[in-house]
Design a protein around this ligand. Structure first.
Ligand code: BES
Ligand code: MN
Ligand code: ZN
Length: 502
């Protein structure tokens, strides 16, 4: 383990961008970089300042087009105390929805990251007065752009990144606006934790590593505690279905419970998140093809999402009780591995015929879903890179949403739109359930080629009858696949944190 330990020490988190509230006049503001959002409106506002005049001139001359996401950097000589001016186009106000905001602010985040500055100031005038305030997303995108994967590189690969890094951001606005940006930055940090755990290779990020990280996370917050079950404990309580997945691996399974007790009313029932933590999915004896198999290190992104959410709500000191559980295992073929046709008994007592060892996500999740009944949850959401079929159906824009609770599903769809972290509902209805019939157990773990995302959710639904439940299939959204952009996305942390704090 010494090799692994050495690498782990490099994954310490970097400190986030710090915020301050700025009260001085625009003209007197000393900063390396003043950022101004410019919406594309027909009626140019009556000019009040030299700066307004400059912006109007730049637009009229065609030097700057205020379309969404466009940017212009100018070095200033003597008109202001600021050294640089960055104009950020915001497009037509009526089109400035969460997705457009994400696009504009990601562009700004990238730009700021590339500039040799340590301090910037945000002029918020053009960004306020929005029904669905974009300031949280602004903070989120700036923090998101600061992340870089370096953990297993011997030299820091700078990718043209300057020595100087953005450390402080001044907000020219109100205390409330500053808080909104700040919460976005905290959310961005949470998503960056999710991304880092996702990106780490499977020889480092094992079930035991996830458990270690969860314990360390809990150590940082007095309201957060962590409990970890090893394989002996899992056998004792009867989580044999989870154990059937780790059975072929040298890496033992772990079941991790992160319990955040922040509600003033201590008897308040918790919202519960359940994450799939398959730290590598070879498929087991039903082995996968080798092309692109490396991406199955991302099969623990549900677990990483739980970690990112728990860090965020702890950092925000949310007034609620929230529990995050992680079912972690490595799915490997070996002489000890589960074989197609094996029958195992789940924690619920139901038996499962494992017809395909590559449909392992539902096997680790079902025991976790039964376990969380004891918390008498307000609602449970599980998050899993569960099916290739979901990716085929929805692509990489929407997460799959499957739920037996219409109100909960509607709520998540709405929040998804508002946060720019969308999900799309797929059916989960009684007629699909018979696809899981087995001749040799209570239920089979696969339902054939048809409706793959639905039959996977139907399997889970057999274990969620005691509470309100929704399932997010993030097979298409948890990471950017292949090529240069390959890397974890941090989704659906924004969607879930919004749901948790509502
Ligand atoms: N982790 C995979 C699903 C997956 C595949 C996510 C590709 C993202 C990209 C899951 O464990 C799996 O292998 N599912 C099988 C289920 C099948 C055997 C019923 C699948 O989707 O092929
Ligand atoms: Mn699989
Ligand atoms: Zn899997």
């Amino acid at each position: 383990m010494s090799y692994t330990r050495e690498l782990i020490s490099k994954t310490k988190k970097e400190s986030p961008v710090e915020l301050r509230l700025e009260t001085s006049q625009l003209i007197d503001l000393t900063t390396e970089c003043l950022i101004i959002g410019v919406p594309d409106t027909d009626s140019v506002e009556p000019t009040r300042t030299e700066l307004d005049t400059l912006i109007v001139e730049l637009i009229e001359s065609g030097d700057f087009k205020p379309s969404n996401g466009s940017t212009l950097v100018l070095r200033l000589q003597n008109s202001l105390s600021a050294k640089r001016l960055v104009l950020l186009g915001l497009g037509k106000p009526e089109n400035f929805d969460a997705l457009a905001q994400n696009e504009a602010f990601s562009g700004l985040g990238k730009l700021l990251r590339g500039l040799p500055i340590t301090d910037a100031a945000l002029h918020l005038k053009s960004l306020s007065n929005q029904a669905n305030s974009p300031l949280g997303r602004l903070g989120y995108c700036i923090e998101w752009a600061q992340y870089e994967y370096t953990a297993t590189k011997s030299k820091k690969d700078n990718k043209g990144k300057p020595e100087k890094q953005l450390a402080t951001l001044a907000i020219l606005g109100t205390e409330k606006q500053k808080d909104e940006v700040f919460n976005g930055i905290i959310l961005g940090q949470g998503a960056n934790l999710t991304r880092e755990l996702g990106n780490l290779p499977a020889n480092i990020c094992t079930p035991r590593y996830l458990a270690d990280q969860a314990v360390q996370l809990a150590d940082r917050f007095p309201k957060l505690s962590c409990e970890v079950f090893d394989e002996d404990a899992l056998r004792e309580i009867g989580m044999h279905c989870l154990l059937s997945v780790s059975q072929g691996s040298e890496e033992p399974a772990r079941f991790i419970i992160l319990n955040y007790q922040g509600a003033k009313d201590v008897s308040s029932k918790p919202k519960v998140l359940v994450g799939k933590g398959v730290t590598f999915d070879t498929g087991g004896i039903s082995i996968k093809g080798s092309a692109g198999m490396d991406e199955m290190k991302y099969d623990m992104c549900g677990a990483a999402t739980v970690m990112g959410c728990m860090q965020t709500i702890s950092e925000m000191d949310v007034d609620a009780n929230i529990i995050g559980v992680i079912a972690a295992a490595e799915n490997m073929p070996s002489g000890k591995a589960t074989k197609p046709g094996d029958v195992v008994t789940t924690l619920s007592g139901k038996t499962v015929e494992i017809l395909n060892t590559d449909a392992e996500g539902r096997l680790v999740l079902c025991d976790a879903l039964t376990y969380v009944e004891r918390f008498e949850p307000k609602a449970v959401i599980d998050i899993a890179t569960l099916t290739g079929a979901c990716l085929i159906a929805l692509g990489r824009h929407n997460s799959g949403l499957l739920s037996t609770d219409d109100a909960l599903a509607d709520e998540l769809i709405k929040i998804g739109r508002e946060t720019g972290d969308p999900c799309w509902r797929l059916p989960i209805e009684a007629p699909y359930q018979k696809l899981l019939d087995s001749n040799f157990a209570d239920i089979a773990n696969i339902g054939g080629r048809d409706a793959g995302a639905t039959t996977a959710a139907c399997f889970l639904a057999r274990f969620t009858e005691k509470y309100r439940w929704a399932h997010l299939d993030i097979a298409g959204t948890a990471w950017f696949s292949g090529g240069k952009a390959k890397g974890a996305s941090g989704r659906p942390v924004p969607l879930l944190v919004s749901w948790l704090i509502k």
